[in-house]
Design a protein around this ligand. Structure first.
Ligand code: HDD
Length: 754
C-alpha cells in the first residue's frame, strides 16, 4: 500500500497540473476518440468514513455475523469489483466484436451493471415521499417515570434516535418549502425494542377516522388527469373535499397559517397528535399527548420567500438541516407530555381525547418536559437510511399503548402494510436502519429479502425440539402487556360519536389565538389558495366554512375573491384564545442563522468585514460573504476573506439578515469615477441585484445593518427613510450587536402591515 500510495500521489500530482492547465491533457486511449485525464491506476488508502456519520449499530436478528464492517467499507476498497467480488480492469467500454462492432451478449459486467441500475428505484412513500433525516440521541430527564415503565424514559437513560422530517403531498423530488403539513417521525432504538413516534408539525389531523385517509389524500394529491399541481393544496379537489367534509377545517386553517411554511425543520414543533395511554410499573394508566418543543423556537418563512425558495433552492429545508448538523449547530427539541386522567369517558374539559381534530390548549394542560432530543449526525447514505427507514405507529414499547382513536387504529394497519410494496416484502425490519438495538428472537421466517440465517428447527410455540426456546418473558422481564382496558358494550355501527360533531370551534380558537400579523397571513393564504380554484361553488362553500370560523376572516377572503361574504350557518362561540398557539412575541436563540455580508467592489479595508464575520461566528451564526466575484478578497492588511456567494449565486431567501460592509454598491455599468471609492455611488444607481437583495430582505421583514458608506446604498435602494429594523452603525461590532437583538425575535414584525 505504501508503494502504491507514492505511485498514486504522483498520478494525483499529474492530474492536478493537467487540470490547472499547466500541462496539456494527455491523449485518450487509442480508438476512444476523446482525450482523457489520467486516472490513478494503483490503489491508495480509501477515504475513511466520517466517524460522525455512522448509523446506529445494527444488530443481526439471528446473531449471525453482522455485515456492519463490510457495509461501511462498501465502495471504499482498493479495486472495483462485480457484485460477486470479482476484480475488474475496465468499466467504461462494453465488450464488442471489434472497436466498432456489435456488443456481445457475453458481457456479464455490462449486463450486471445495467440490470442493477434499472432497478435502483423503489416506490416512493404514498404520502410523505419528500423528506430529510438525521441521527441523534434522546436523553430522558426521568420526569415520566411515575407515568410509564418505558425504560427509555427512566431517569438519565440515553437512547439513539433517527428522525425523519417530510412534506405530505409532494413527490420525492418536489420542493421543500411548499405550503403543507410537515411530518415529524422519530424512531427510538430503545433497549426494549423500537418505539416510533410518528407525528406532524400540526397538533390536529384532517379526519377523525382512518377510513377517510384515502379520500383526503386523493383530494390533496395532483389531479388524476393532468397530475397538476405538484405538492400543493391550492386546487379544486382539495378545497372541494375540506369544504364538504368540514372536520378538516381545523387542520386546514393551521396549513393556511405560517405553520404551513416553516423556516426550518429545526424550528418546528412536533406533535404525536393522538392521545396515548401510558402504563407505569404499578399498572396505573394515564392519557398523554406528546409534544416536541424546538429549542430555537417555532418560526416560519413568508409566503413569498417560500415560493422563491421552491425555485431557487428546492432543497432549502434538507440543506438547512444537513448544514446545521455538519457545522455543529445540533438542533434540539424537548419532548413533553400533556397529562390527562384516564377516565372512563376519555374526555378532558369537554374535549374528546379520542378525536384527532381537537387539541387541548396548553393553558388547560401544560406541556411537561420529559427529555431532550439532539440531532447530531447526518445520514451517511440517503437511500439506505432516509429512504428505507420504515416508521410504524404501532411500534410500541412496554409502558406505552394505543387508545381507541379510530384514526390511530387505522394507522396501526397502514404502516405495516405500506412497507410491503415500498420495501418489497415482510422483512423490512432487517434493513440496517430499521433493526432494533434490542435482541430479536422472533419466529417470523423466510420471505422476500430474508437476510437472517436462522438456526434451530422449531420456529413455532410451544416446542420441545429447540429446548422450548425462545421462552415467553416472565415477571422479572418487562414484557409488553396490552392494557386490559374496558370497552364500551354496544352494537357494531359505522358512525361517529356526537362529540365528533363540532368542526369549527377549535378552528376559531386557533384563529383568535394568533397575533394580527399572523391573522393577516392566514387571510392572504386563503385568498391565494381559493383564488387558484376554478369552481365557483367550491369557493362559495369554503367561504361559508370561514364564516363559521370568523366574520372578519370570511369578509377579507371574500373581498379578495370578489365574492359576497356569506352568513355563518352556526352560532359563533366565545372561544378563549390560547396564547401558546401564536408563534411571535418572545425571543429565541439564534444559533445557525444565516447572515449575508455584502462586500461591494471598492472596499479597500476589510477589517470591518473580518470583524463582522468573526462576531457572527462567535454568536453561533453562519456568515456568508457576498461579493461580485468568487475566491477571496484581499486588502493587504490581513488574512484573505473567503467569498461564499456572488451576485450570481445569492438570493435573499437563504439569509436571515443582511449586513452591508461600508461602501456603495454601484451598478456594474456605472461610471467608475473617483468618487465611487470615496463614498457615494458614482451616479446614484445601485447594482440591481443588490437592490433586489435589499428590497426582498426588507419586504420579508429581515434585519438589515451596515456601517460606513452603507447609508448611500440604502438611500439608493428605494427603502423608506429610517425604516424599522434597519440599523446603520459607526462600526461593525455595533451593527452586529443590534442585529443579534433583532434576530432574537425572528423578524422585524413591525414592518408587516397588521
Ligand atoms: Fe401517516 C407516513 C404522520 C395519519 C398512513 N405518516 C407518515 C409519515 C408521517 C405520518 C410523519 C412519514 C413517516 C416517514 O418519515 O417515513 N400520519 C401521520 C400523522 C397522522 C397520520 C401524524 C395522523 C395523526 N397516516 C395516517 C393515516 C393513515 C396513514 C390515518 C392511513 C390510514 N402514513 C400512512 C402510510 C405512510 C405514512 C401510508 C406512508 C409511508 C409510510 O407510511 O411508511 O402508511
Amino acid at each position: 500500500i505504501g508503494k502504491a500510495k507514492d505511485a498514486a500521489a504522483e498520478v494525483v500530482d499529474e492530474i492536478s497540473s493537467a487540470v490547472s492547465g499547466a500541462a496539456p491533457l494527455i491523449p485518450g486511449t487509442p480508438g476512444s476518440g476523446t482525450p482523457t485525464v489520467a486516472e490513478p491506476t494503483e490503489p491508495h488508502d480509501p477515504l475513511p468514513p466520517k466517524p460522525a456519520q455512522h448509523g446506529p449499530v445494527p444488530h443481526s436478528p439471528t446473531g449471525a455475523p453482522s455485515a456492519d464492517d463490510e457495509l461501511a467499507a462498501a465502495q471504499q476498497g482498493a479495486y472495483l469489483t462485480t457484485a460477486t467480488g470479482v476484480p475488474l480492469r475496465e468499466t467504461d467500454h462494453s465488450l464488442k466484436a471489434g472497436p466498432r462492432g456489435p456488443v456481445l451478449l457475453q458481457d456479464h459486467h455490462l449486463r450486471e451493471k445495467i440490470m442493477h441500475f434499472d432497478h435502483e428505484r423503489i416506490p416512493e412513500r404514498v404520502v410523505h415521499a419528500r423528506g430529510a433525516a438525521a441521527h441523534g440521541v434522546f436523553r430522558s430527564n426521568g420526569a415520566a417515570t411515575t407515568l410509564t415503565r418505558a425504560a427509555f424514559l427512566a431517569d438519565g437513560a440515553t437512547t439513539p434516535v433517527f428522525t425523519r422530517f417530510s412534506t405530505v403531498l409532494g413527490s420525492r423530488g418536489s420542493a421543500d418549502t411548499v405550503r403543507d403539513t410537515r411530518g415529524f417521525a422519530v424512531k427510538f432504538y430503545t433497549t426494549e425494542g423500537n418505539f416510533d413516534l410518528v407525528g406532524n408539525n400540526i397538533p390536529v389531523f384532517f379526519i377523525q377516522d382512518a377510513i377517510k385517509f384515502p379520500d383526503v389524500i386523493h383530494a390533496g394529491k395532483p389531479h388524476p388527469d393532468t397530475e397538476i399541481p405538484q405538492a400543493q393544496s391550492a386546487h379544486d379537489t382539495f378545497w372541494d373535499f375540506v369544504s364538504l367534509h368540514t372536520e378538516g377545517q381545523h387542520h386546514a386553517i393551521w396549513n393556511m397559517s405560517d405553520r404551513g411554511i416553516p423556516r426550518s425543520y429545526r424550528m418546528m414543533e412536533g406533535f404525536g397528535v393522538h392521545t396515548f395511554r401510558l402504563v407505569n410499573a404499578g399498572g396505573e394508566t394515564t392519557l398523554v399527548k406528546f409534544h416536541w418543543k424546538p429549542r430555537l423556537g417555532v418560526h416560519s418563512l413568508t409566503w413569498e420567500e417560500a415560493q422563491i425558495a421552491a425555485g431557487v433552492d428546492p432543497d432549502f429545508h434538507r440543506r438547512d438541516l444537513a448544514d446545521a448538523i455538519e457545522s455543529g449547530a445540533h438542533p434540539e427539541w424537548d419532548l413533553g407530555v400533556q397529562v390527562f386522567p384516564d377516565t372512563a369517558d376519555q374526555m378532558f374539559e369537554g374535549i374528546d381525547l379520542l378525536d384527532s381534530t381537537k387539541l387541548v390548549p396548553e393553558e388547560l394542560a401544560p406541556v411537561q418536559v420529559i427529555g431532550t432530543m439532539t440531532l447530531n449526525a447526518n445520514p451517511g447514505n440517503y437511500f439506505a437510511e432516509t429512504e428505507q427507514v420504515a416508521f410504524h405507529a404501532g411500534h410500541f414499547v412496554p409502558g406505552i399503548d394505543a387508545t381507541d382513536d379510530p384514526l390511530f387504529q387505522g394507522r396501526l394497519f397502514s404502516y405495516l402494510d405500506t412497507q410491503l410494496s415500498r420495501l418489497g416484502g415482510p422483512n423490512f425490519n432487517q434493513i440496517p436502519i430499521n433493526r432494533p438495538h434490542a435482541p430479536v428472537n422472533d419466529m417470523l421466517r423466510d420471505g422476500l429479502h430474508q437476510d437472517a440465517v436462522h438456526t434451530g428447527i422449531a420456529p413455532y410455540k410451544p416446542n420441545s425440539l429447540d429446548g422450548g426456546c425462545p421462552f415467553l418473558a416472565g415477571e422479572d422481564v418487562s414484557a409488553f402487556i396490552d392494557v386490559p382496558q374496558p370497552v364500551e358494550a354496544s352494537s357494531k355501527v359505522r358512525e361517529a360519536p356526537a362529540s365528533y360533531d363540532d368542526h369549527f370551534s377549535q378552528a376559531r380558537l386557533f384563529y383568535l389565538s394568533l397575533s394580527p400579523v399572523e391573522q393577516a397571513h392566514v387571510k392572504q393564504s386563503y385568498a391565494f389558495e381559493l383564488g387558484k380554484c376554478y369552481e365557483q361553488a367550491i369557493k362559495e362553500r369554503q367561504l361559508v366554512a370561514l364564516a363559521n370560523i370568523d366574520a372578519d376572516l370570511c369578509q377579507k377572503v371574500a373581498d379578495a375573491l370578489g365574492l359576497p361574504a356569506p352568513e355563518p350557518t352556526i352560532p359563533l362561540g366565545d372561544e378563549v384564545p390560547s396564547p401558546a398557539l401564536s408563534q411571535i412575541g418572545d425571543t429565541w436563540p439564534i444559533d445557525g442563522r444565516m447572515i449575508g455580508i455584502v462586500v461591494p467592489d471598492g472596499v479597500d479595508d476589510l477589517s470591518g468585514v473580518r470583524e463582522v464575520r468573526d462576531a457572527v461566528f462567535a454568536a453561533k451564526m453562519v456568515p456568508l460573504v457576498i461579493a461580485s466575484h468568487g475566491g477571496v478578497l484581499e486588502d493587504g492588511h490581513g488574512d484573505p476573506v473567503a467569498v461564499q456567494r456572488t451576485w450570481v449565486t445569492v438570493r435573499s431567501i437563504e439569509l436571515d439578515a443582511v449586513v452591508l460592509a461600508g461602501a456603495p454598491i454601484a451598478a456594474p455599468d456605472a461610471d467608475p469615477s473617483a468618487d465611487a471609492k470615496a463614498g457615494a455611488p458614482s451616479d446614484g444607481v445601485l447594482d440591481p441585484r443588490a437592490a433586489l437583495l435589499l428590497s426582498e430582505a426588507y419586504r420579508h421583514a429581515k434585519a438589515i445593518g451596515g456601517w460606513g458608506d452603507t447609508v448611500s446604498a440604502l438611500e439608493t435602494s428605494g427603502l423608506p427613510a429610517a425604516p424599522e429594523g434597519v440599523y446603520v452603525g459607526d462600526d461593525a461590532g455595533d451593527v452586529i450587536a443590534h442585529l443579534v437583538t433583532l434576530l432574537g425575535s425572528h423578524r422585524v414584525w413591525e414592518r408587516f402591515p397588521a
